[in-house]
Write a new protein. Structure first.
Length: 208
C-alpha cells in the first residue's frame, strides 16, 4: 500500500529553542547572501548606494541574532571558540548596528553647515548661500567582506547548536506515543496584516 505522510507542526515547549535557532540561521543566511551581493554591486559604476544598502541590511540581520527579544538570542558565551580577532570584529559590527545604523550617536557620521566665503580683488564678498556638508563612514565592499567572513564562522557555531538541539528534540518526539505525534496538524501561519505591525509575538519558553 502507498505511504502517506504530512509535515506536522511540533507545537511543544521542547521545540521552542530549536525553532529559534532555525530562525537565527535564516537571519545569518540572509546577511551572508546580502554581503556577497554587496561586493558584486560595489564593483559596478552605479552600484555604490545599492551596495551600501545591502551592507546596512546585513549588519542589522547579523546583530539581531544577538539582541534580546521574544526569541532566543546568541550570547558572547556562544562565541568562545572564536579567536580574538573575530571577537573584536563581532563587537565592532554590533556597535556599528547600535550606534551608527540604528542610531546616529557616534563620530562615524558628521553633518555640518557650510558657507561660501568668496574674495574678489582682495575684498571679502557677502555670503550668498549656505549648504550641507557631511563626513561619514562608507559601508563598502570591504565592510561586506569582513562581515561575510565573520558570519561564516558564527554559522559554524550555530550549526553545531542546531545539530545538538535536533538530536534532543528527535529523542523527545520519539519518546511520545505515535498517536500523539500523528495528531499534530499542519502549521497555520499567523496573518501578517499591516495593522499588526505594532504587536509582539508570543514569547518562547526557552528565551534567555
Amino acid at each position: 500500500m502507498p505511504t502517506h505522510s504530512k509535515c506536522v507542526d511540533l507545537d511543544l515547549p521542547e521545540t521552542v529553542r530549536l525553532a529559534d535557532l532555525y530562525e537565527i540561521r535564516f537571519d545569518l543566511d540572509a546577511a551572508e547572501q546580502w554581503c556577497e551581493q554587496a561586493v558584486r554591486f560595489a564593483q559596478t559604476t552605479d552600484g555604490f548606494y545599492i551596495a551600501e544598502g545591502l551592507v546596512t541590511a546585513s549588519v542589522v540581520k547579523y546583530a539581531r541574532c544577538f539582541v534580546t527579544g521574544v526569541r532566543l538570542s546568541l550570547k558572547l558565551d556562544d562565541l568562545v571558540s572564536l579567536d580574538a580577532e573575530s571577537i573584536a570584529a563581532h563587537n565592532y559590527f554590533f556597535e556599528l548596528r547600535t550606534r551608527f545604523v540604528a542610531h546616529a550617536v557616534n563620530p562615524f557620521e558628521e553633518t555640518y553647515v557650510t558657507a561660501t566665503a568668496a574674495v574678489r580683488d582682495g575684498v571679502p564678498q557677502p555670503v550668498t548661500r549656505v549648504a550641507a556638508g557631511q563626513h561619514r563612514l562608507e559601508l563598502s565592499a570591504s565592510t561586506a567582506s569582513a562581515l561575510h567572513a565573520l558570519i561564516q564562522k558564527v554559522k559554524t557555531i550555530v550549526a553545531e547548536l542546531i545539530a545538538t538541539e535536533e538530536r534532543q528534540v528527535l529523542a523527545f518526539v520519539q519518546s511520545l506515543p505515535l498517536e500523539a505525534v500523528h495528531a499534530f496538524d499542519l502549521h497555520r501561519p499567523s496573518l501578517m496584516q499591516p495593522h499588526r505591525v505594532g504587536e509582539t509575538r508570543p514569547r518562547g519558553v526557552n528565551k534567555r
